[in-house]
Write a protein that binds this ligand. Structure first.
Ligand code: GUN
Length: 283
């Protein structure tokens, strides 16, 4: 029976720390603010944006929501980003992905000022993550590291296997584990003998986007298993990438879905917004 890693509880601790600092900033007359931009009516995105607004209220940030119609042009969205870049009340900017197909995500993400890029998606911030000199941590990978730390898992020297190579999770995840001296393998859809690779993992991180993808026969007994997946199964239930019921029997620790990595991603976004606000205040 694995220890269940309670993401909600660990995230609540992170948010408490952020809230305490926000209180101090407010006492000095400064209220940090996060702008969240949603284009179109993707229902999952709507839920994510609502959650971010709730988190802002909880830690004491002002939140500024911009909901734009799906027909918004790239030029109109660029105009809004430029306005937010120049607005001193806005310390962090988050443009919710995915964007409608006629808008180039890369163009938009590149237009966000790196100093307000609390997602850490701008190439300048991505490059800084690569060389280990960063102020904004990529939210989901940083949340995973925070979880590993909070249960006392040593990363240095461990074999860490990341399944998935996305720019948002897989690649930055591998980089953060490497910075902590893990030995890192990145697996993806073209990896041969995947189970042979994943069975080597002391720390296994699944970021695939397929329900029940990681089965017990792919996991080394005693491994720490982190499930980044958020999928709907055939019954419409929210599930991760890991076949939880069977893997939980052999892992030493495992994250649930929901209540695992998701709340951590949100908490790190709050921490990044605080970091942005403090840096802008010092300027
Ligand atoms: N859509 C899904 N996850 C994310 C995220 O972490 N940031 C943004 N901006 N959009 C997302």
């Amino acid at each position: 029976m694995a220890m269940i890693i309670n993401g909600k509880e660990i995230a609540a601790n992170v948010k408490r720390e952020v809230a305490a600092e926000v209180e101090q900033l407010k006492a000095q007359g400064f209220e940090p603010g996060l702008a969240v931009v949603l284009v179109g009516d993707n229902p999952a995105s709507r839920v994510y944006v609502n959650n971010k607004k709730k988190d802002c209220a909880e830690v004491g940030f002002a939140s500024y929501e911009y909901t734009l119609p799906a027909e918004t042009t790239e030029a109109q969205l660029l105009d809004l980003v430029a306005k937010l870049n120049a607005d001193p009340k806005v310390n962090g900017i988050l443009v919710q992905l995915p964007l409608p197909k006629h808008i180039c995500e890369q163009t938009i993400l590149h237009a966000i000022s790196p100093s307000k890029d609390v997602d850490a998606f701008h190439p300048e911030n991505v490059g800084r993550i690569m060389i280990g000199d960063y102020s904004f941590l990529p939210c989901t990978p940083a949340g995973v590291i925070e979880m590993l730390d909070s249960i006392g898992t040593e990363i240095a020297g461990k074999h860490c296997v990341v399944i998935g190579r996305s720019n948002i999770v897989g690649k930055p995840m591998a980089m953060l584990l490497l910075h902590r001296n893990g030995t890192v393998t990145i697996c993806h859809s073209r990896t041969q003998n995947l189970a042979q690779q994943t069975k080597q993992a002391d720390i296994l991180i699944a970021a695939v986007g397929k329900a029940d993808f990681v089965t017990a026969d792919m996991v080394k007994p005693g491994a720490v298993v982190i499930d980044v997946g958020m999928n709907r199964n055939a019954e419409g239930k929210l599930v991760g990438d890991v076949a939880y019921d069977e893997v939980e029997k052999i892992a030493s620790a495992i994250t649930p879905v929901p209540g695992g990595v998701g709340p951590m991603t949100r908490a790190i976004l709050m921490r990044n917004t605080l970091t942005a606000a403090k840096q802008q205040l010092l300027k």
